[in-house]
Design a protein. Structure first.
Length: 291
């Protein structure tokens, strides 16, 4: 159980100031300062440094925040489980997960169908967003874990591999060019900034001293089905996971034009807060989903 000092510490990190934490917790600012001094004395190190606009955590403060925030979310889930038992409800709370959009549209339906076949009485609450949005939802305690395709902070989150997926260049027609340079004369149709699908493209382009701006033009669309329809109509070239275009490749409405020098695979990962007491449960769930 977290005590008042740790709640104060978490509030200072969230708000970036002692004043903001005092306002959020309905206590005085001197009380906030005292709680932080007590924690610093207990751990033997400074937890914050002053900035022009307030305070920010030191490296030690960031490490402590990760541990205590995971404990706060675990405590909230444990309390809910205990309440369910006391009220004679099912002791199994809803499965609260997040999925990035590619996974939500093209992987999650089959995974959840298999899961519900084995757990017919379970409720599922799934949120969809890009990796950045889902990480924020985990931190806020609104979901417990997420299946993501994008990059995440491995210092703050533990993970387990769900699958490794080929990442393709697709167009309405055409042959594979000899190199990525052979696609630069086309318009690029891609997801919005922050999406895992786009971030992977940007990183692999950067490794080749290229960027999305090196293409003949750029169209940003938030919907994968819309991107596929535009590309199939001849609007340009796009990059996405094979799992998202398997039916179009099979039917011939899209063609795989991935250059030999841009053969990329990327992980779909299950992530949760580092230090969570529920880590074994999440790993067990993933093993079940992969069978």
């Amino acid at each position: 159980m977290l005590d008042y000092r740790t709640h104060t510490f978490l509030a200072v990190v969230r708000t970036g100031s002692f004043t903001g934490a005092a306002r959020e917790l309905h206590v005085t600012q001197p009380a906030v300062s005292q709680h932080i001094r007590q924690l610093e004395a207990h751990y033997g190190c400074a937890l914050f440094i002053k900035t022009g606009r307030g305070v920010e955590p030191t490296d030690a403060g960031r490490l402590l925040y990760q541990a205590l925030d995971a404990e706060r979310n675990d405590e909230a889930r444990l309390r809910a489980e205990l309440d369910a038992l006391q009220c004679e409800k099912s002791s199994r709370l809803p499965l609260r997960l997040g999925c990035t959009r590619t996974i939500a549209d093209y992987v999650a339906p089959q995974v959840l169908a298999r899961h519900l076949a084995g757990h017919p009485g379970e409720r599922v609450l799934m949120r969809t967003g890009n990796t950045t949005e889902l990480v924020a939802l985990i931190d806020a305690g609104e979901i417990d874990f997420a299946l993501v395709e994008g990059y995440f902070d491995r210092r703050a989150f533990e993970s387990a591999l769900f699958s490794r997926e080929p990442y393709l260049a697709v167009a309405a027609t055409g042959e594979r060019p000899a190199s990525i340079a052979g696609l630069l004369d086309q318009r690029l149709v891609l997801r919005e900034p922050g999406s895992g699908t786009r971030e992977i493209l940007e990183r692999h382009l950067a490794a080749r001293d290229l960027s999305v701006d090196d293409f003949a033009g750029v169209i940003e669309l938030a919907s994968i089905p819309t991107i596929k329809a535009c590309v199939a109509a001849g609007a340009g070239v796009s990059f996405m996971y094979r799992v998202a275009v398997e039916s179009e490749l099979a039917s011939g409405t899209l063609a795989d034009v991935t250059p030999p020098d841009f053969a990329v695979e990327h992980d779909f990962s299950l992530i949760w807060q580092r230090g969570s007491r529920y880590a074994d449960r999440y790993r067990s769930l993933l093993r079940e989903w992969k069978t």
